[in-house]
Design a protein around this ligand. Structure first.
Ligand code: PEP
Ligand code: MG
Length: 324
């Protein structure tokens, strides 16, 4: 088994007709680095920094964060690592900081929470910038952006942190800043957000939840939560086209990147960078290596006429079966 993994690890995720997809990994645990690299992750597309915060019993200090982030960046260097700032709120709670809200998914989440707790954001940004010294592979990623002023403020915090660390004599560099597209308003405002960002990463879990108004964790409506819903596919095609027009690199890091049917459609749309759990990388790579992208284009065209996720899945099923 390990031998098979090793052989596959060094092969590109490329379709038979030459469309290459970069496969990055989602992580939040240092312990994921070994399986990630064994499975050929070309970097980290999403480091969920809230995970170490959730398993701590108080807010970790800048120094504690530095030690951890440095290990994560070093483990993957020189491959890029997109570190997302704290995405707390919604279903992700800290045991030592209560955020009880009647509508948590529409509440104090992600960048909203950290902009209101600036000291926390600053310590996190400083720790990440310092951890990058000697590694040089850090990118920053901002969760739950829904307004232009959020990304403007975030960028200013990063610029100020770079300046103050340099004044202290620390040789940090300005990293690329990326924005998660998880909220419909971020998608609709993409041309206005573009001047302030270097790349985007689609969080298809939250984007599906907010586009469809379906709580991703509510069993009563879970049948309605599907990233192959036609509305989600329309959104993804629009984002891909806008990113092309704006010359913005785009990747996708939700569960969708592990769903073979979805990966075929994303490939047809032109998505060439996916971030997923390390354990799913080998099978998604094998899938990509077994198909021709030219066969996927008419499939995508047909799904444009589908009225439900069931119709989409039925359309894709034969090709998926053929791919094994
Ligand atoms: C997403 O929303 O798709 C995402 C990747 O972020 P998280 O699952 O951590 O909310
Ligand atoms: Mg999310």
């Amino acid at each position: 088994f390990m031998q098979g993994l090793e052989r596959l690890r060094d092969q590109p995720a490329v379709t038979r007709d030459g469309f290459q997809v970069r496969l990055l990994t989602n992580t939040g645990l240092l312990a994921d680095a070994t399986p990630g690299l064994q499975r050929g992750a070309e970097g980290v597309g999403l480091y969920r920094s809230e995970i170490p915060f959730m398993i701590h019993d108080s807010f970790p200090t800048e120094q504690e964060q530095l030690t951890l982030y440095r290990k994560v960046l070093a483990a993957y260097a020189p491959r890029p690592v997109s570190m997302r700032t704290l995405d707390i709120g919604g279903d992700k709670q800290l045991p030592y900081f209560d955020i009880s809200e009647s509508n948590p998914y529409l509440g104090w989440r992600g960048i909203r929470f950290t902009l209101d707790n600036a000291q926390l954001l600053i310590s996190q940004i400083r720790a990440m910038l310092r951890a990058d010294i000697g590694n040089g592979n850090l990118k920053l990623l901002v969760p739950m952006v829904s307004r232009v002023d959020e990304i403007q403020s975030f960028r200013r915090y990063v610029e100020k942190a770079v300046e103050s660390l340099q004044r202290e004599g620390t040789e940090v560099r300005m990293p690329d800043i990326g924005m998660m597209i998880e909220v419909p308003s971020a998608m609709l405002l993409l041309p206005r957000l573009a001047p302030f960002i270097d790349f985007v990463s689609i969080g298809s879990n939250d984007l599906t939840q907010y586009l469809l108004a379906v709580d991703r964790n509510n069993p009563r409506v879970s049948a309605l939560f599907d990233h192959l819903n036609p509305a989600v596919l329309v959104a993804l095609e629009q984002i891909r086209q806008q990113c092309d027009a704006l010359s913005l690199p785009v990747s996708l890091c939700g569960e969708m990147a592990s769903d073979p049917a979805a990966v075929l459609l994303l490939t047809a749309m032109g998505y060439d960078c996916l971030s997923l759990s390390a354990y799913n990388i080998p099978r998604i790579k094998l899938l990509l290596r077994s198909v021709d992208r030219t066969d996927l284009l008419p499939l995508l065209e047909q799904t444009r006429r589908c009225n439900s996720e069931t119709e989409v899945r039925e359309l894709v099923a034969p090709l998926l079966k053929q791919a094994g």
